[in-house]
Write a protein that binds this ligand. Structure first.
Ligand SMILES: Cc1ncc(COP(=O)(O)O)c(C=O)c1O
Length: 461
């Protein structure tokens, strides 16, 4: 794509023009120097689709993304200096609010001691200890760089431990962009309307069995592991029905398979001990990401000592990473977990309930049918007059066009939700009552605007 002609007068991080404009190209965010359209056009010319994670694209909601210059507390500002109340929160990685002083101070202090060494550090031990202390099933913890690396490592470990190949996953769960787990996807691929993804060889998913969420499958001795989001948060937010998680535990035990809880979203967000504490079911392995890095790149696998000790260098299952246990990410993670005392989860859950109720009431008053299912501190939106989903088939009945209309109307009112109908809506500790009041005012204007847009849309099908 060609960059619009107006850019010629806007020195947005232009290596030649920036110094002349008194701008440091290394740190410039483009704030005040470019419009969103200009900034995004430049992104599209340099980065496929202009985004470094496909779910950030506005493909399913229409329009073009706002380009973020900075963020603080509950707010993000785009390069045009427009402020949004942020309900994306880095898809759950941010929980204390953006640029929280405890986290920025920890990162700055750690950075001045060097950013990566390739040798063990006390801070990574501390973070592993904090995780093990709050999540008792994690007797040992290995840190890595992303949730995707965590789930792929957990699957490899389960296969290595059991000597079996088959993995069972659930429709509508998402475990990151790892081949074996992309047989069918949650939010990302669902939003983009893809059945799975190109580029995954049949062999990579030949041993991946995808079954309906919230129904305990009958397993056999070929199964190495069942991997599950204990609260599904990539098809909206869907709670496990009574008996599902303990049924999986019992079925795994019956055939000698490992149970993996993917707590990349729920870990340290739903409860101090994650979903496994809330539902009192103990998995063999748990994957983490997001919150444990305080907004920096991180992932972790934790689990039973006898299982975890199959990882190299103790055991035969290889894992390594140049930046694994990174000093900045572990500092940020420890700072975040340091603030997440048990009472904080009551506050988070209250914030989630309040915002969900506000959005529900605004939609109801405007005649825009929608549900906002809440599970503890997490909630989602199911647009349309459809029953509360318990699985992916139910979640797929969401009215994507109505979600898009509500999304766009909220954005126009200064509230940013995720640009995809299957994402969770994230509130954090920075969404205090005055901010929630602002959301209420915005929703009361946005819902009627969205309802009008939906009623004017030509019928589909
Ligand atoms: C449940 C779950 N597992 C794994 C992942 C992958 O994590 P990451 O994006 O850090 O690779 C995600 C990402 O959203 C997720 O929601």
């Amino acid at each position: 794509m060609t960059v619009p002609a107006t850019t010629t007068t806007i020195p947005y991080c232009d290596v030649a023009a920036c110094p002349a404009a008194g701008c440091d190209p290394v740190v410039c965010t483009g704030a005040g120097l470019a419009s969103n359209d200009v900034a995004f056009a430049r992104a599209e010319a340099a980065i496929p689709g202009g985004v470094n994670s496909s779910i950030r694209a506005f493909t399913s909601v229409g329009g073009r993304p706002y380009v973020v210059a900075r963020a603080e507390g509950p707010y993000v500002w785009d390069v045009e200096s427009t402020r949004y109340i942020d309900l994306v929160q880095s898809y759950g990685a941010v929980i204390l609010g953006h640029a929280h002083p405890a986290i920025t101070a920890a990162i700055s202090a750690a950075a001045s001691d060097g950013t990566s060494y390739g040798a063990p550090t006390p801070r990574e031990t501390k973070l592993a200890e904090v995780i093990a202390d709050r999540v008792p099933s994690c007797e040992r913890v290995r840190l890595m760089n992303s949730g995707t690396e965590a789930t792929s490592t957990a699957v490899r470990l389960a296969r290595g431990v059991t000597g079996r190949d088959r993995i069972v996953t659930f429709h509508g769960n998402f475990h990151g962009a790892t081949d074996a787990l992309l047989a069918a996807g949650g939010s990302g691929v669902a939003t983009l309307g893809l059945p799975g993804t190109a580029g995954v060889p049949a062999g990579a998913v030949a041993e991946t069995l995808v079954v309906p969420y919230n129904a305990v499958p009958e397993l056999d001795e070929s199964v190495a592991a069942v991997i599950v989001e204990p609260v599904a948060a990539n098809m909206g937010v869907v709670a496990p029905v009574a008996g599902f998680l303990d049924g999986l535990r019992a079925e795994c035990d019956r055939v000698g398979a490992l149970l993996i809880f993917d707590e990349v979203i729920t870990g340290f967000r739903l409860d101090t001990g994650g979903a496994q504490a809330k539902y009192d079911v103990s998995p063999d392995l748990t994957t983490f990401g997001k919150v444990i890095g305080g907004g920096l790149p991180i992932g972790a696998v934790g689990g039973r000592r006898d299982v975890m000790e199959h990882l190299s260098p103790l055991g035969p299952v290889f894992h390594a990473g140049t930046l694994a246990g990174n000093p900045l990410a572990t500092a940020a993670g420890l700072a975040a977990l340091g603030q997440l005392t048990p009472d904080v989860y009551m506050e988070l859950a209250a914030n989630a309930r309040r915002v969900a109720a506000i959005l529900r009431d605004a939609c109801q008053a405007a005649g825009l049918p929608a549900r906002f299912p809440v599970v503890g501190t997490l909630f989602g939106m199911v647009a349309g007059d459809v029953p509360a989903p318990v699985d992916f088939a139910g979640a797929k009945r969401t009215d994507e066009a109505a979600y898009a209309a509500f999304f766009r109307a909220m954005l126009a009112e200064g509230v940013a939700m995720a640009p995809g109908a299957y994402e969770a809506i994230f509130v954090g500790l920075a969404h205090t009552q005055p901010v929630i009041d602002e959301i209420e005012a915005a929703a009361s204007r946005a819902a009627p605007a969205a309802a009008t847009r939906v009623s004017r849309a030509p019928p589909t099908g």
